[in-house]
Design a protein around this ligand. Structure first.
Ligand code: FES
Length: 268
């Protein structure tokens, strides 16, 4: 049997036979992640306007201690530990976990390899380097820590759900708390739901709850869990972007209320 002869030709970076706007998606990812990254960096070191009444910005949750000059009522410790250098803000101690979880997420990896490293910029678009080393060798083999970040991310979902619960309890002026619902309550609840949907649809969790088994038919609990995670996993990209944008939006809302630019509307 004769096989047609194939010739492989070197193509220059960005060369492709595609006629669609293939560059649009990597550009949008580049801009979206850059804006979020720079904003997060600013929020972490800014250390102000991170709380308002029962609301706490998700960038500061859990709040281990208040930055100097603040008493938010949300902190876990009475004050900054003596051994901690003064330049370290409280959010820096916790944000490595959710950021590490996102950075190593299977979806984001595919997205930022294209958008930031052009490796390749898009399907069937020529890349700038010749050899492909992949995630089987250093340094990208480190991405496998994602499964361990998952455990921390699950804890964060619980913490953010607790913060959403606390956002239901407002000072009543007599030193106690009374039940209420404000716009901020809805925003922080939405944040916990979206982060929950993103985290519970994780590929590593899917493997953990059922993927490690050859057969699920004899394990009804595992099978149900696997189906639930798979259901969320089908829209993992959507959950990833919605939860990312909502975290930023939640911080902006709490910040503007704290600055007095917005006043929180009490529905109940
Ligand atoms: S694969 Fe995206 S969060 Fe785990």
């Amino acid at each position: 049997m004769n096989h047609p002869e194939l010739t492989l030709t070197d193509r220059r970076f960005g060369q492709t036979r595609r006629h669609d706007a293939w560059w649009l998606q990597p550009l949008a990812v580049f801009l979206g992640l850059s804006v979020f990254g720079l904003y997060s960096l600013w929020v972490v070191f800014q250390g102000d306007h991170y709380h308002h009444g029962p609301y706490l910005s998700p960038f500061y949750a859990p709040l281990l201690f208040d930055p100097a000059g603040h008493i938010s009522g949300h902190s876990w410790l009475a004050g900054r530990p003596d051994w901690l250098p003064l330049w370290v803000p409280p959010s820096l101690l916790i944000l490595w976990a959710p950021l590490g979880f996102r950075f190593t997420c299977y979806y984001y990896r595919g997205a930022y390899y294209k958008a930031f490293w052009a490796d390749p910029p898009s399907c069937t678009v020529s890349e700038p380097r010749k050899e492909y080393r992949g995630e089987g060798s250093f340094p990208l083999i480190i991405q496998n820590v994602h499964r361990y970040f998952l455990y921390f991310a699950l804890i964060f979902v619980v913490i953010l759900a607790y913060d959403a619960w606390k956002a239901l309890w407002f000072d009543n002026g007599n030193g106690g708390k009374s039940f209420g619902i404000g716009i901020g309550t809805l925003i922080l609840t939405g944040n916990a739901i979206l982060l929950g949907g993103y985290t519970l649809g994780c590929h590593s969790l899917r493997h953990l709850v059922g993927g490690i088994r050859d057969r699920l038919s004899g394990a009804p609990i595992r099978r149900t869990a696997y189906n639930c995670v798979s259901c969320l996993n089908r829209r993992h990209m959507l959950w990833a972007w919605m939860s990312l944008c909502w975290v930023g939006f939640s911080d902006v809302y709490v910040r503007l209320c704290s600055m007095g630019v917005l006043s929180d509307w009490r529905i109940l």
